[in-house]
Design a protein around this ligand. Structure first.
Ligand code: GAP
Length: 501
């Protein structure tokens, strides 16, 4: 499906829509409706089960969203969190330089200075993508953070956090004190990040307020033991810098063992790259041949990173591979900068008596982008029908409960719906229209299981009564005892977890 068609469908179904729609919409802001909010929450829960689930020493916290200026000065965001911006002097539209140069430099402008970008604009006689004028401004570095006055004096500045990661760095010292005082220590945050994107576009891909799920793993650079044998044979679809330089865009399958042994990557890094890949393939169930692990070069990497692979998925709606998450090795950048900025030494003393400034491995994930990708990948047309083949544990409404005939079977079906709800099986009761139409409605919103109460249910009597359970994907129906329903449904509605290291 093309992006406009997919967005129109999601809007019609009440999954999401532009924020402040009655005022014409606010660029880069979206609201989630009941189905979208439930899907997003389930994606977040699946992420928490998987990533913080990697170790007993990984925790989820909820830090503040507003950062005092001293924090973003130390973190480097005040100076470096910029995008080159170009304005058209004719029509006054503003663009990211990357967009203006899209046709002449498809590889992007990461690492180029404003002067280098200006040279390309002039040499290639680039024109405004909006009105075609050649009157383009000199590029300027535009800081993407939302700043604000903090407090009543108007003298203090603060910023909405541009990444959730900063809250974990600021909390490291406290978490060390209240925790086991051992490394590795993981601190995860799931929450909003805010960026004043120059040109929000591609819907949930360039938003001004969006949700990130990020795990920061603090570790001793001398030793970060991981059970590498458990992942050694996993083959990863990687696109490394050298292969890209040779003009290749498709990934090649390389085993985790080879990536570490001859590929020059540390085992701890490859181990977490495997677990991130598995989350996309096994939990979100994106087909493996649509996933690419894209290595960023020195010039392209974020300013704090030493190693960066973006996790990309090929999306039909957006016409190619799109970044949905990443694995960042940030070295000692963050704790060093916050030690200098705050004056508080953030190094720790390990049980053996050695003092270390922990390094950080960051596993980052864009929740909204993945909500979109789950629609792109799993929403399929089957003849006249639309089916959202979401993994059952991500379905906004996991179960539908129907009376075959409203008049005769409603009382029983309503009671069953309540019973299931009180046992943790979230469901929707529906008695409107023919049963086939009700199945179709549930298929469209991704409901994997539908239960129907019929005449036989009532005849069978207490404890022996049965219902039909219909499977969305196979459309098969089985007759099941009501007393067996919860045991049958629950395992399918729990998101997978990794084995803890
Ligand atoms: N802490 C590292 C960090 O923030 P990033 O690549 O800038 O790294 C991480 O962002 C993830 O957040 C991305 O992989 C992407 O999924 C998501 N993301 C970034 N900018 C976004 C935007 N404007 N709208 C929606 N999602 C975004």
């Amino acid at each position: 499906m093309k992006s406009d068609e997919l967005f129109a469908l999601l809007r019609r179904r009440g999954v999401l829509w532009p924020s402040a729609e009655i005022y014409g919409g606010a660029q880069g802001l979206y609201d989630y409706g009941p189905l979208g909010a439930a899907l997003k929450r389930r994606v977040e829960e699946a992420w928490v089960a998987w990533f913080p689930g990697l170790s007993h020493d990984y925790y989820v916290i909820e830090p503040a969203e507003i950062l005092p200026e001293a924090v973003v000065r130390a973190s480097g965001h005040l100076e470096n969190f910029t995008d080159p911006e170009i304005t058209c002097e004719q029509c006054h539209a503003s663009f990211r330089a990357e967009t203006v140069l899209e046709k002449v430099r498809p590889e992007g402008v990461d690492g180029l200075s404003p002067t280098q970008i200006a040279e390309i604009v002039s040499a290639r006689q680039v024109r405004c993508p909006n009105c075609g004028s050649a009157a383009l401004s000199v590029p300027r570095s535009f800081n993407l953070m939302f700043g604000m006055d903090f407090g009543v004096t108007g003298k203090e500045r603060a910023y909405l956090r541009p990444e959730t990661a900063q809250g974990s760095y600021l909390s490291f010292a406290r978490m060390w004190d209240v925790g086991r005082r051992a490394l590795p220590l993981g601190i995860a945050v799931v929450g909003k990040a805010y960026r004043n994107e120059i040109a929000p576009r591609q819907l949930l891909f360039r938003m001004r307020a969006f949700t990130q799920a990020e795990l920061q793993i603090f570790f001793d650079p001398a030793t970060f033991p991981v059970p590498f044998d458990s992942v050694r044979d996993e083959r990863l679809p990687v696109l490394r810098v050298a292969r890209r330089s040779a003009g290749e865009e498709s990934p090649e399958l390389v085993s985790a063992g080879d990536l570490a042994a001859s590929g020059g990557l540390p085992e701890f890094y490859v181990f977490h790259l495997v677990h991130s890949f598995r989350f996309f393939r096994d939990v979100l169930r994106y087909p493996a041949d649509r996933i690419r692990l894209f290595e960023k070069s020195d010039a392209e990497r974020a300013f704090y990173n030493r190693i960066q692979f973006d996790i990309e998925v090929r999306l039909e709606s957006l016409g190619g591979f799109k970044e949905l998450g990443a694995v960042h090795y940030r070295g000692d950048y963050d704790l060093r900068r916050h030690s200098e900025g705050s004056g508080r030494d953030l190094s720790v003393t390990l049980s053996a008596g050695t003092k270390v400034l922990p390094h950080v491995l960051e596993l980052t994930f864009g929740v909204d982008r993945n909500v979109w990708a789950l629609a792109d990948v799993h929403l399929v047309k089957d003849g006249e029908r639309t089916i959202w083949r979401l993994p059952p544990y991500l379905a906004p409404v996991p179960v539908g409960v129907f009376p075959l005939m409203a008049k005769e079977h409603a009382a029983y079906a309503l009671r069953l719906s309540d019973d299931l709800e009180s046992q943790g099986i979230s469901n929707r009761y529906d008695e409107a229209g023919a049963i086939g139409r009700r199945y179709a409605r549930m298929d469209e919103v991704g409901t994997p299981f539908c239960i129907t109460v019929d005449g036989r249910t009532l005849e069978e009597g207490p404890d022996r009564d049965t219902v039909t359970l219909r499977d969305r994907d196979t459309r098969s129906q089985e007759r099941l005892r009501v007393t067996d329903l919860v045991a049958r449904l629950r395992p399918a509605l729990v998101a997978p977890r990794p084995r803890r290291a």
